[in-house]
Design a protein around this ligand. Sequence first.
Ligand code: UTP
Length: 223
Amino acid sequence: MKVVISLGGIFFEDAESIKKVAEVLEALAKSYKLYIVTGGGETARECIKIARNLGANEATCDYIGIDLTRVNAKLLIAALKDAVYPEPFYDYKEVAEAKGEKENVKIAVMGGVSPGYTTDAVAAILAEYVNANLLIDVTSVDGVYDADPRIYPDARKYDKLTAKELVAITAKEELKAGSRIVIDPVAAKVIERSGIKTIVINGSNPRNILDAVHGKHRGTEIR
Ligand code: UTP
């Protein structure tokens, strides 16, 4: 079974958090073919803000975000040591070629790819390209809500959504560099067209990732 996991940048802020996530991924890699996509988090948002204040256009800001997602990919690789390919992949085809159809291959890690979307979309495209069985989006909130729960405490979480509903919910999101969105609209469209089973979960406790792969979660399921 092939599993693609999109890890938000929040999980790369200190060595302890990275180690905890790495332990879970190593355990999963014993039974599943794993593909990990790393987000840029606050560091990316701060650098994008500085670049924007300097007059950089959105594409330039996106490239800065991409660089930071790749730094986080390298941090995760440092924690995963021998369980992983030694460098982040920059392209979907490179990943597919490296992993091939062999059993027990190393974990593949990559950050961003090109401007105009976030690593959620990278994970969705990768999942589609390698024909993954499952896409897990690991965030710092409990799933997809009807409003940002960090701003609106009475926002309502969806337990289940169709891909079409996800597309409608995300369509109103702004896609500027460094936007704070749970799933970006490009990712939603790719999830819709590929029909890949997707789960959005809170990764504050990394064991939630293990549970989600095994079918137990309290997040949002998109079918
Ligand atoms: P993230 O993937 O980290 O954004 O990319 P996010 O998902 O909103 O944030 P977290 O990490 O889950 O908190 C950071 C920024 O990098 C650029 C975008 O500007 C994005 O907002 N980016 C990233 C791209 O332009 N293309 C990519 O393929 C990836």
